[in-house]
Design a protein around this ligand. Sequence first.
Ligand code: GAP
Length: 461
Amino acid sequence: MKTMDEIIAFCKRRGFIYQGSEIYGGEAGLYDFGPYGVELLNNIKKAWWRSNVQLKSNYVGLDSAMFKNPKTWVASGHVGGFADPLSECKNCHTRIRVDKELAKINVAADEKMSEKELQEIFDAHKSQIKCPSCGEKTWTEPKMFNLLVKSNLGDFTEQNDAPVYLPGEACQGIYLNYKNIVDTCRVKVPFGVAQIGKAFRNEISPRNFLFRCREFEQADTQYFVRPHENEEPYQKIKQERMDWYVGLGVNPENLRFKQHEHLVFYANDAWDIEYNFPSYGFDELEGIHDRTDYDLTQHMKYSGTDLNYTDPGSGEKYIPWILETSVGLGRMFLTFLCDAYTVERAGDGERVVLKLDPELAPIKAAVFPLLKNKPELVAKAREIYDMLSQKMMCEFDDNGNIGKRYRRQDEIGTPSCVVVDFDTLDETSPNFGTVAVRNRDTMEQVRVKIDELSEILDRLA
Ligand code: GAP
């Protein structure tokens, strides 16, 4: 059975993910995407954008500035209420996130409970919670700790008494631009806006690799509907998002819906799509939220700008309700990677193979000369590599024996390996002008004409 430790070690070994600032001992909750990681990440973003903007005639895209007028975060409720419950070990001052530690001893709690509710539950159970550093069980009263990260952008006073904030959630940029989009893009309610943007949270205990970080990216859609016309599109959006993961190869048995038990005060309904992460079990991958008119009403109040929508047919004025999908890129990355990571028997040994959908694979094709000491094979393979890399991410490899080269590509999920052999160059052979193309999953080979190679591989990816 695969474990998260194995996946984490694999991510480092094959250049997918590195601990942030590793040479300085690492920084908690920060990760860097390595050369293969950034390719996979970009392919996930492209697939997400294609599904949520390109293929939807009533959705448009956006890329808003990270820094915003600080009133944004007051209006959104983040300055007042975006907080997690924290307690400190009285012995060694290690801080824990109270709701998460309670959950570990099977006491139902989450960050959406009121401070009072959490305090009562914590008081009743704190004697069972061991400090992860020193093992003591003595805790301070839980306090709500605000997760917004402050900055001094544009403040030259050094007191930083008027902080601006890094985005606590990426979606606020969509609300701030809702009016611009209505005024300039000929959209009509119902319509959607999609955005991929960074978010920062002062998570008390960043944990579980990419699952809970302090800096991460979110892919959000906000669908603006007429008030009370939310139910049908909400169900449709929920199902579409689930189908998207399955369509990109995630095993449906590892996915499930879970309804939120504790709703934030403005939400009508909220569901998560959960993934069964190795070692961690089922946990939130994506949130799908019915947010009512809360966001636009708040921004109208705090900005003084009229955010009413006027129906072009009837002239009716209203604040649209919003249906949101929001998913962390890191959690998507982890989902696709964990689901694709396979260790299987091959010949008389084992191989690790990343059975990613070709659309997501970091490298689409690898080109090898059969032997590295035959200059004519190497030259032809280079020529084919130069031709293919105009169209797709490719690798050239002439290092080690061919079996090892296949294994290296299987591990990073390359769908096709192209081999230039003696037949390729032998004018008397029926295979002259062809190459062997080996499939990652079946390990079978077919001969393909060099002239048709690019088109065939392009279709696969
Ligand atoms: N705009 C709604 C929103 O931000 P959320 O449930 O706080 O809602 C949405 O976050 C998604 O962002 C989550 O489902 C998860 O995929 C991702 N996410 C949230 N906090 C995260 C963290 N600390 N590290 C990585 N991803 C996170």
